[in-house]
Design a protein around this ligand. Sequence first.
Ligand code: NAD
Ligand code: UDX
Length: 482
Amino acid sequence: MVKICCIGAGYVGGPTMAVIAFKCPEIEVVVVDIAAPRINAWNSDHLPIYEPGLDDVVKQCRGKNLFFSTDVEKHVAEADIVFVSVNTPTKTQGLGAGKAADLTYWESAARMIADVSKSDKIVVEKSTVPVKTAEAIERILTHNRKGINFNILSNPEFLAEGTAIADLFNPDRVLIGGRETPEGQKAIKALKDVYAHWVPDDRILCTNLWSAELSKLAANAFLAQRISSVNAMSALCEATGADVSQVSHSIGTDSRIGPKFLNASVGFGGSCFQKDILNLVYICECNGLPEVANYWKQVIKVNDYQKTRFVNRVVSSMFNTVSGKKIAILGFAFKKDTGDTRETPAIDVCKGLLGDKAKLAIYDPQVTEEQILRDLSMKKFDWDHPAHLQPSSPTTSTNKQVSVVWDAYEAIKDAHGICILTEWDEFKKLDYQKVFENMQKPAFVFDGRNVVDANKLREIGFIVYSIGKPLDAWLKDMPAVA
Ligand code: NAD
Ligand code: UDX
């Protein structure tokens, strides 16, 4: 029996290993983590992450060939294949702070693997890492020269949150990079055999190590670049009377461009895009490629601009001040079907509105009050350091201006404006007549995800702003936003 151990029971380690266990009943999979609360949650009825379809997969395998444990060293020592899926946040201090990947967690995992191993192992980079990380990891693994062979592979993960199970069941591709030596090729084959249980041969791509590592950063940079491109167009649409949905559809029908990932929004969020582009920028700078670095930096700048533009639009539409006004925030997660708030645009939008002294009533069906208050009081880049290391008490000033409620109608009651920041389906289905009656007038809706039917809402009496869509007369008359 092949034994797999995965270090890191997070958004990637948990779902990917659950699917491997589900598809490969003869393989024993143990997911380990230093965070005991996370492991306890994986072993309970309330999994630590919300992901459609995940509960079923875990329930079917847990206790049979899928296990979650805090006994990291024991399970690493016993495994043939060790996946490392720890967090690789942006550095907050020192050389490369604000850009470079912080490989502290990766390095400590690699040192532990080297120390506890008594048999040969394949070590798989599942985390997203800078290109050439495998070289450093190899050095760490072999530092105590015990005569054990470690073969390192890069197997970056392409799942998106909210659709993780569907993505894992039916991936566009699985990418495996390894050394071009006979041992490296043997290791690639061993990992390929695992995925071959359910992934067709032509979708398992094998490359050298550096191509696999860089492809992950490149894929995220290209995806994020599409969103910044369409968001840049959304600003021009608002200025000219064009409709960004029509523009997206028109360009997306060109098969070279394709229709996916062209939805204008208040900005992209999530734990990957910004972090990985900053990392790419840093690598380009370190390799003496400032023009390339600046090109990718612009993707982040446009994303920041989009969030600022949204806040400015809200404030300028509401007579240039939101001081003391209640604003309902609908949706806090970085996209629908997840409770994840890492780098969600809602954080910057809420902070912008709080900066103008608004009172916020926030509702998200999957995000807890504790999480929201922690996010609003945390410093940039601190979020991706494990939760057990985070300070958890939010500042009192945030507490006074923010309330978190468990119902959209409660958030909206007596509000002057509504900001829709996550595209949860339930926001399309609200009774907007009732909503209108319960709000202060004029009643504003700022739709950062283009989920509502703006014309219907206008008939009810709302003033509606939809990203990248022709502006209401009211909004046109307000001072221009930058
Ligand atoms: P996460 O923070 O949810 O999980 C990482 C886990 O690793 C945490 O539970 C932490 O406690 C644990 N950990 C850290 N150091 C450890 C150690 N030394 N020993 C044992 N456990 C340790 O992160 P994630 O979202 O699962 O991301 C993991 C990696 O995968 C990152 O590099 C990320 O960039 C990449 N990735 C993420 C996604 C995504 O959608 N979230 C998609 C593709 C790739
Ligand atoms: C992303 C990549 O898609 C995935 O392949 C990688 O493994 C991890 O990073 P994720 O961040 O989970 O996945 O979600 P994704 O669907 O890519 O959305 C990222 C952000 O972009 C979200 O805030 C989303 O709302 C936004 N987005 C996405 C848009 O604003 N417009 C779009 O058209 C698509």
